[in-house]
Design a protein around this ligand. Structure first.
Ligand SMILES: Cc1cc2nc3c(=O)[nH]c(=O)nc-3n(C[C@H](O)[C@H](O)[C@H](O)COP(=O)(O)O)c2cc1C
Length: 176
């Protein structure tokens, strides 16, 4: 891929909010999470962790927990079959920046592989609840050490990706 194609890929990623139920092959998820692990991190400390969830029961319980934080009963994951949960080590001062950049890498990697994705928020609140903490403990992650950053939902888009909104005025300021 040349530079123009790469930049086009970056521009053409969109948040997908309708998914087919088809599972995402594990091999593709492995490639996406690998891309995430190469995100830059403050002082190279690699503060984030990625939890790849394809188990339907766990995926559904995360969805319910996330919805309950919003006071909703819907599926905030829009039917996506896989969820890449990003958390980061609270003891690292750049943890939120590190984790956010991982989220970006995951979404772009998904797009490059022909998958839809979307950042779903409220991970911080989710892992402050007893249910969220219990899940982290089950995974061997210290719930007092990790802050939830976001969920990168993944799946095959059910329909075309939406068009981007026009870019706002004043995005870029030049000092020349
Ligand atoms: C920090 C952050 C939180 C977001 N949370 C949600 C969310 O909870 N639900 C959702 O549908 N989209 C969420 N999004 C996706 C944005 O709404 C989306 O990126 C934005 O509308 C621009 O659309 P695009 O990604 O297609 O360019 C979030 C994005 C970011 C960066």
């Amino acid at each position: 891929m040349n530079a123009n194609e790469f930049l086009k890929e970056l521009e053409s990623r969109r948040s997908v909010r309708s998914y087919k139920s088809d599972p995402v092959p594990k091999e593709l998820i492995e490639r996406i999470v690998r891309a995430g692990t190469y995100a830059p991190t403050g002082m190279g400390r690699q503060s984030p962790v990625i939890v790849a969830v394809t188990d339907k029961a766990v995926r559904d319980s995360l969805s319910r927990l996330n919805a309950s934080i919003m006071g909703s009963a819907g599926d905030p994951f829009y039917g996506a079959p896989a969820v890449l949960l990003v958390l980061a080590d609270k003891t690292v001062p750049t943890c939120v920046y590190d984790g956010s950049l991982v989220m970006g890498e995951l979404m772009h990697a998904a797009h490059a592989l022909g998958l839809g994705s979307c950042w779903i928020h409220r991970a911080r609140e989710e892992f402050e609840t007893p249910e969220g903490k219990a899940l982290l403990e089950r995974l061997g992650l210290d719930p007092e050490r990790y802050v939830g950053i976001g969920h990168c939902i993944l799946g095959y888009a059910n329909g075309p990706e939406p068009a981007p909104k026009p870019r706002k005025e004043g995005w870029v300021h030049w000092v020349e």
